[in-house]
Design a protein. Sequence first.
Length: 136
Amino acid sequence: MAKSDGSPPEAVAKLASPERIAAFRTGLSAESRAAAYLMAKGYRILAKRFRTPYGEIDLVVRKRNLLAFVEVKARASLDEAAYAVTPRQQQRIVAAAQAWLMAHPEHAEFDMRFDAMLIAPRHLPRHLLAAFDAST
């Protein structure tokens, strides 16, 4: 049976599969842990899960005159999380950051950085400052 919007049942099943639901919940939990960690380090959260046609930014944070666009990765180990921030994904985050800046021009003159927060079970979050740059 098709969903009321006309999508085929396999598409509906894929969206609601237990694996996808678990991954979504893990991502939300990781983003919450990352946000709490950053706030404890003196950052102010300006945006969470900012979506654009180009991609999504997990966290936009500010500390004094610095704006950081933060990609949060949760994996079984911190090393796996670090390798999960691919060059293609970095390009999407940079494009999404440009969209965020267009929507928030009051922050255009701030220093900017692209960070990563690595989350793994039984480890403190690892904050990678300047994990990549806009030229990637």
